[in-house]
Design a protein around this ligand. Structure first.
Ligand SMILES: [Zn+2]
Length: 392
């Protein structure tokens, strides 16, 4: 958050400085809150995944105006007012493509959602600005706006074609989630049948081309075998744009410890998902609290280290969230919790966003290097009648 003030946060009731004077407990709490707010303001807060674009498709039939996002809403997780209150400096907006569109239409749905994100940013120029690089993020955040980036969710969107992947990059896409909920011809999805046992040869080519372009490889939604294959092949840090720790909450969408242990060598970042289903341990009471989110951060820090964790809310893509994290305006509550848990200032800044910025900067540097020495990949897999196009 760059320009908002503590006064603004107090005005919106996010923090209370009342009763600051007397009881010792309250006094300590006030100090923690004050320090947290100052850190939150100083930080470049980055969120790895927000599904508002799909809500606009669903509720508004692609028409942004119908959702009235300029005013503070009482429904959904995100609008322009609450985004500002949450101090989000950089947001990856998901261009989600449901697995049911696999094959015919997947690339079209992705294009429609990319178009929608560009239109969203153009609709609210006082709050949003498109970002394509880490330098863009820094520049836009310094103006107090939310740098807006695009992540395509579901590798079926590239329609088995590296040239199509490349065009997504040119349209602003800065990460691709390799799968959604269904396995592809080139990558297995978590929760679906593991057909390949990892990435196929074409899947490895997708990762290499993403490295060459400077598009982050997102491993939320894939199997541990695909995670491992991708990390071994990737020359750049990978991300998990919206996944939590499997050792804390054992679901397939979360990241196992042996994969977390690979992150220091790779430079990758796990961006913790706020969905109660992915957070709250088996047998414990739902929906959990902000502390439950911090438990996952603690665990990733313990296994992978402080440089490999970030935030990937999944707001507007989830239907149950922890108490104190009911919408995007509540993000400062997590900063308070981290300060309470004795994270240092530098550590808090890393979790809130600088880890992701560092990983993205590394990916940009790798791309510069690979573009100087390599050529664009031309690989395609057959799909729908393409098999006989050589005879044209
Ligand atoms: Zn997802």
């Amino acid at each position: 958050m760059a320009h908002s003030t503590i006064a603004t946060l107090v005005a919106f009731g996010l923090i209370s400085l009342v009763g600051f004077a007397t009881p010792i407990a309250a006094q300590e709490d006030g100090t923690v809150t004050e320090r947290a707010m100052s850190l939150h303001q100083q930080a470049i807060v980055v969120d790895g995944h927000n599904d508002l674009p799909w809500e606009i498709r669903k509720q508004g039939n692609l028409d942004i105006a119908r959702l009235e996002l300029g005013a503070r809403k009482t429904t959904g997780h995100t609008d322009m007012v609450r985004l500002g209150e949450g101090g989000v400096d950089a947001q990856f907006w998901a261009a989600y493509v449901p697995a049911r569109f696999m094959g015919a239409g997947a690339a079209v749905v992705a294009l429609e959602q990319i178009d929608l994100i560009h239109r969203l940013v153009a609709t609210f120029p006082e709050r949003l600005e498109m970002a394509y690089t880490t330098d863009d993020i820094m520049r836009i955040a310094s103006k107090g706006k939310t740098a807006s980036l695009i992540g395509v969710e579901g590798g079926h969107a590239i329609a088995n074609s590296l040239p199509t992947l490349r065009m997504f990059y040119d349209l602003g896409v800065r990460y691709l989630t390799l799968t959604h909920s269904s396995s592809l011809a080139w990558a297995d999805a978590a929760g679906d049948s593991a057909v390949l046992g990892g990435l196929s040869e074409f899947g490895h080519e997708v990762v290499r081309e993403m490295n060459r372009l400077g598009m982050l490889v997102d491993l939320s939604h894939v199997t541990p075998e695909v995670m491992r294959d991708a990390i071994e092949t990737s020359a750049a840090p990978v991300i998990f744009s919206h996944s939590s720790a499997r050792a804390v909450r054992d679901v397939e969408r979360n990241v196992p410890d042996d994969i977390l242990a690979m992150l220091p060598a790779n430079g990758g970042v796990v961006m913790i998902n706020f969905y109660s289903e992915f957070l709250v341990p088996e047998g414990e009471e739902r929906p959990g609290t902000v502390g439950t989110i911090a438990d996952h951060i603690d665990h990733v820090v313990a296994v992978a280290g402080i440089d490999h964790v970030g935030l990937g809310s999944d707001f507007d893509g989830i239907d149950e969230e922890p108490v104190g994290m009911e919408d995007v305006s509540m993000l400062p509550n997590l900063t308070i919790e981290l300060v309470r848990r004795d994270y240092t200032d530098e550590e808090v800044l890393k979790v809130l966003g600088s880890n992701l910025l560092r990983a993205m900067r590394q990916a940009e540097a790798v791309a510069v290097e690979l573009r100087a020495s390599g050529q664009p990949g031309l690989q395609r897999l057959p799909y729908f009648g393409r098999a006989d196009e050589g005879n044209e």
